[in-house]
Every structure is written in C-alpha cells, then in structure tokens.
Ligand binder design. Structure first.
Ligand SMILES: Nc1nc2c(ncn2[C@@H]2O[C@H](COP(=O)(O)OP(=O)(O)OP(=O)(O)O)[C@@H](O)[C@H]2O)c(=O)[nH]1
Ligand SMILES: [Mg+2]
Length: 464
C-alpha cells in the first residue's frame, strides 16, 4: 500500500465475507470526505429525509440510469469524527451473496472521487486519526479471525486497550530511568547522585514483565491457531484408524497393508472450544517405493511443525526396535504422547517388551482404535493440553509482530547488564535504554513510520 494522507481519498470496500448463498445481508463501507455525497448519487430514497449523522435511511441503490434498482438497502450515516475511521463513514447494508453486493461496490467505484480501499486501510485510517491505537486495531483483526472462545477473549482484551496500557506503562518506566540519567549527564553538579544499582534493579523488574508477556504469547499462540497433533509411527500400527475414530468419520483409508497412507490427511475436532487438527501421516520405515518415500519425507516435515506428536505403536506386538528408532528421531522440544494401539489383541506379552523408561512415563496410553477402548483417556489427555489449566492467567497476548519487538526490547536491556558490569559512564546506559524505548514505541504504534504502518495493515483483509 502506498503512503497516503488519511483524509485525501474517499475509499470503499465490502466489509463482510463474500460467498454465494451465504449471509442474508452484506455491508459496504465508504469512508472519506465525499462518502455522503457519493452515496446520495447512487440511491433512491422515498419521501422526505435528512442525511443526519447516526441515522438510518431506507432506499434502493439504482443503476447509473437511476431507474433500475440493484438492491434494497439500509444506509447508516456516521459523520466524522464519531465513526470507525474518524472520517465521514457510510455503511450500505444490502443483501448478501455475491452479485448485488459486488454490483453496488462497482457502482460506487465508477464515481471518480472514490477508489477501492486497500487491505486494512479503514483500520489504518482509524489509527492515523487517533480513533484506535495500533494494538487495538490488531486485536480487532484477531477477533475476526479467532477460532476459539479463548482467542476471542484475548482479542477483546486487546481491543479494550489492555496491551496498549501494559506496554505504555513499561515504556513509561524506562522513560523515567532515561530522564533521570540524562539529567545527571546534563546537570551533574546540581543533582544528587544516581544509584546505578537502583537503575539496574528497575531494569531487571521491567525485564521480568517482558519475559512474562513473551511466555504468555507463546501459550496463546495455539489458543489462537488451534492445536496441531501429528500421528506418527511404523506402518500398520493404526494411525489412520485412530484418526477416523477421533474424528468419527471414515476419512482415511485403512487396510492391513503396511504403507497405506502416503498423503497427509487432516481432520479437525473442537475440544473445550479449541480446534484440534489431527494429521495422519505416512508410516515411517525404510522403503524403495518412490511414492512412499515422498510421503515419509512429508511426515518428517509435519512433525517439526506439530504442537504435539502422538507416537503410535502396536501394543499387541509390543515395543520394537523400529518404534525405538522413531522415538529417537522425533524432533526435540515438541511434546509427545506414546499410544499403544490394538489393545484388543493383547496377548499379555506386551508389557514385557516395553522398556521401563517408557512404561514409567505418565504420557503413555494404551487403547484400541478398533473398539474405542481407552479413547476417553486420550481425549482427557488432549483436554488437559487444551483446557483451562493451560490458559489460566492468560489475559493479554501479544501477536507475532509485538513479540518480536518485546524480544528486541529485552535484547537492548540485556546490553545494559554489560554496561553495568564494566562500570561504563551514564552515556552508555542511554544508548540501549533509548533503543528499548523505541522498540516499545513501535509496538504501541507511538513510534512508527508510515511505511511500517503500511506494512502492518497490508496484512489485514480488504474491508477491515
Ligand atoms: N485389532 C485391531 N486392529 C486394528 C486396530 N487399529 C488398526 N487396526 C488394523 O490395523 C491395520 C492397519 O491400520 P491403519 O489404520 O491403516 O494403520 P496405519 O498406521 O495408518 O498404516 P499405514 O498407513 O500403512 O502407515 C488395519 O487392518 C486395521 O484394521 C486396533 O485397535 N485393533
Ligand atoms: Mg495410514
């Protein structure tokens, strides 16, 4: 998106999802100084009426010849600054689907003084006109794309300004330290000495706050995107059977032939309001079959991206060296659960084969994908992973952009440790402090260039 002066152009876009047969109404948003004049030229409104702010008018959008109707509409008028963008805004509520709404937008865009809004441009104007803070605008976007109740709750907290307030208060504390130091640099003789230890302690306390924010963001990331669970193991252990059972559909092909699954297959269930996506993968083994080889390489890529790996082995056969080798190859840092499947065929020999260190693990479950025995334990395990214990105490969650800046702030503050240890003069403290303050200003949007704003909002959807 090119930089623009926020009040220059009038812009228009469809603000609701566009899909045939979906949504009985749709909304077109127009924002800018000529929003009301533009609307007047495309509608026919019966009877006496005034274009007063925060009023709704009833009428029809007409073709350019002014006689044929395109759709029956309600028109909502919001004069600036009491509008989403802070500018004059008109919302045209028409019928849903794709044709009428597109035709109305085209009719609007035929008028020379209006252009199509870029992705995120309404929100960007709201920020530039001081109607919203940057983090509030980002939170609206997150609410729209929320896939779980907790993600929506976090987004609403951000919309209420909680991220903004928190970061601003951390930034203010850093500014206070910087001001004290700079005063000592400029007027050393006139002021009492500044205790380096006190400054350092305050910075340590601020770092603790930042670490907590970064940790919370990590926990919230799967609350937002859902939990990805990869099913892996040797061929024929019952990965696809387990996927079918968990999703209550015969989705994956199951045969007694090892090497049945080659493509990745995804299926989603919702647990405690959080979407859990299971990914069935090709069984891991040495093979010369070219298709199976590709499947196995995809399995390995999937495992790296999973939030949780379920390693399945054939419980009736017992733990084998192949299972052991797969366990050793699992990506480190990703939590895993071991599931002994086919317990219905148990010949009572199984436990003997399973090494003690695995038996002792609390994350070992025995079940049967065929009979469903043990499925409840597996669901309970997953519920624990997604459940309220994981999200307890999560009130605000930074997004990826904000976390990156929080981490950069941390790095600048880490540098101050070195300055302190080497007993360098106050000037050296100010460099990193100022940098940390700038990063936090970028996070809240107080210290942002227009091109950075452009790049943030270009990731929003059209109409936002
Ligand atoms: N008795 C019994 N048989 C099972 C169970 N789970 C799976 N099977 C059988 O084991 C065979 C393999 O099952 P799949 O689900 O295709 O196994 P997979 O791990 O996906 O196999 P690949 O796709 O080849 O890697 C099929 O004949 C299933 O019917 C179970 O719990 N008990
Ligand atoms: Mg399979």
């Amino acid at each position: 998106m090119n930089s623009f002066s926020p009040t220059e152009d009038t812009i228009a876009a469809i603000a609701t999802a566009v899909s045939p047969g979906q949504g009985s109404i749709a909304v077109i948003r127009i924002s800018g100084s000529s929003a009301i004049e533009i609307t007047k030229t495309i509608v026919h409104i019966p009877g006496a009426h005034d274009w007063n702010t925060h009023k709704v008018l009833y009428g029809h959008v007409t073709e350019a010849n002014q006689t044929i109707y395109i759709d029956e509409v309600l028109i909502l008028i919001m004069k600036g600054p009491r509008s989403f963008t802070g500018e004059d805004v008109v919302e045209i509520h028409c019928h849903g689907g794709i044709i009428a709404v597109q035709k109305i937008l085209e009719r609007i865009l035929d008028i020379p003084s209006v252009r199509r809004a870029e992705p995120g441009e309404f929100s960007q104007r709201a920020v530039l006109n001081g109607r919203l803070s940057l983090t509030q605008a980002e939170s609206i976007s997150e609410l729209v794309s929320a896939r779980s109740r907790k993600a929506a709750e976090l987004a609403i907290n951000g919309m209420e300004g909680n991220i903004q307030t928190k970061i601003q208060s951390i930034r203010k504390r850093l500014v206070e330290q910087l001001t004290e130091i700079e005063a000592r640099i400029d007027f050393e003789e006139d002021l009492p000495n500044l205790n380096e230890k006190h400054v350092k302690n305050e910075i340590v306390a601020i770092k603790k706050d930042l670490i907590e924010l970064i940790e919370h963001a990590k926990r919230a990331s799967w609350v937002r995107s859902g939990l990805k669970v990869a099913l892996t193991g040797k061929p024929n252990v019952g990965k696809s059977s387990l996927l079918n059972r968990l999703c209550k559909q015969e989705k994956a092909i199951v045969t007694e032939l090892p090497g049945t699954t080659r493509d990745l297959l995804e299926s989603e269930i919702i647990l405690e309001g959080i979407p859990v996506t299971f990914i069935d993968t090709a069984g891991l083994r040495e093979t010369k079959n070219i298709i199976e080889k590709i499947g196995i390489s995809r399995t390995k890529k999937t495992l790296i991206q999973a939030d949780l790996i379920i390693l399945i082995f054939d419980y009736s056969e017992g733990w084998t060296t192949e299972d052991e080798s797969i366990l050793k190859q699992l990506p480190p840092n990703i939590p895993f659960l071991i599931v002994g499947n086919k317990s219905d065929l148990d010949n009572n020999q199984s436990f003997k084969n399973i090494p003690k260190y695995i038996l002792k693990k609390e994350n070992l479950l025995i079940m049967s994908a065929k009979t469903g025995n043990g499925e409840e334990d597996l669901i309970n395990y997953l519920l624990k992973k997604c459940g309220s214990s994981q999200t307890y105490g999560l009130h605000i969650a930074l997004n990826e952009r904000q976390v990156d800046l929080a981490k950069s702030t941390m790095e600048s503050l880490e540098n101050i440790n070195k300055v302190f240890d080497e007993k360098l003069p106050w000037d050296f403290w100010t460099i990193d402090l100022r940098q940390a303050i700038n990063y936090l200003g970028e996070l809240t949007g107080e210290d942002l260039t227009e091109s950075l704003l452009d790049s943030i909002f270009s990731k929003f959807c059209i109409g936002k």
